[in-house]
Write a protein that binds this ligand. Structure first.
Ligand code: MF3
Ligand code: CO
Length: 265
């Protein structure tokens, strides 16, 4: 494992500004989500909104990624590429993931949005996945260890009968979109388990399948889908570890869990 870069108070402030832009963009997109809208339209809105705010979309050009956000529908887990022919339908869920670079710093966040009216069982998957994110965030404290985060996420998810995706993990974030450490959403033997320290900035991002944990990558070389075709949800916040506890740098408002008032300030 490489070095984990701890940020100064000033750097965290800049990441908070980046995160504000990410959250505002996510709110704008969540409002636009409805049957008939294409994921390419969402991508255009995100690009224009971030550029107007003076930020640049972190994902565009990252390892050749062609768009400003990832939009992953139903059994797509993450990294769905926006397209004009991918139109949302009533009853779908869409996971929207985006990052903004602002004054040299990135913030990264995601949430899953129901399209029109979805099944109660689908809402439950979204709620449990978001709760798992918060359970992980609760462990992002000075004095704890990295594995505490994955353990809390995994326990919450599996207690509700869902499974945690293993192939992709959360990550440190800062001047680069992906920094050390990797943050698995589960615990495995021989996994690095560094102490959590003040100034670490972490993108915590559980990916949760309603069925089995296995995933595969589509021929576009990006889109990750569940192997069994089951639904998948994804929630992500960029969080700083501070003296006062976890500080949410990407404060998008939740449909399910009312935690921001306690944690943002
Ligand atoms: N938010 C995702 C991540 O943290 C997406 C980045 S991949 C990209 O890994 F290529 F789309 F940028
Ligand atoms: Co991320």
């Amino acid at each position: 494992m490489g070095r984990i870069i701890c940020k100064s108070a000033r750097e965290i402030e800049l990441m908070q500004e980046a995160g504000r832009i990410v959250a505002d963009t996510l709110h704008l997109l969540a409002q636009k989500v409805q049957p008939g809208v294409s994921t390419l339209e969402l991508d255009r809105l995100a690009f224009e909104h971030m550029r107007r705010a003076g930020a640049y979309p972190s994902f565009k050009g990252y390892r050749g990624y062609p768009a400003s956000l990832c939009a992953s529908i139903n059994s797509e887990v993450v990294h769905g590429i926006p397209a004009a022919d991918r139109r949302l339908q009533d009853g779908d869920i869409v996971s929207i993931d985006l990052g903004a670079r602002w004054k040299g710093y990135h913030a990264d966040a995601a949430l899953t949005v129901p399209v029109g009216t979805v099944l109660e069982s689908t809402r439950r998957l979204l709620r449990v996945t978001e709760e798992a994110l918060w359970a992980g965030i609760d462990q992002a404290r000075f004095g704890g260890k990295l594995q505490d985060i994955g353990r809390a996420i995994q326990e919450h998810v599996e207690r509700h009968g869902y499974s945690v995706v293993r192939q992709m993990v959360g990550h440190g974030v800062g001047r680069r979109l992906h920094e050390e450490p990797q943050i698995p959403n589960y615990v495995a033997p021989d996994q690095p388990n560094p102490a959590l320290r003040e100034g670490m900035t972490l993108a915590i991002e559980p990916m949760v399948n309603a069925g089995g944990p296995e995933v595969e990558i589509l021929p576009d070389n990006w889109t990750v889908v569940t192997q069994d075709g089951s639904l998948s949800a994804h929630y992500e916040h960029t969080v700083a570890i501070t003296k006062g506890g976890p500080l949410i740098l990407t404060p998008w408002r939740s449909m399910f869990v009312d935690r921001l008032p306690r944690l943002v300030f």
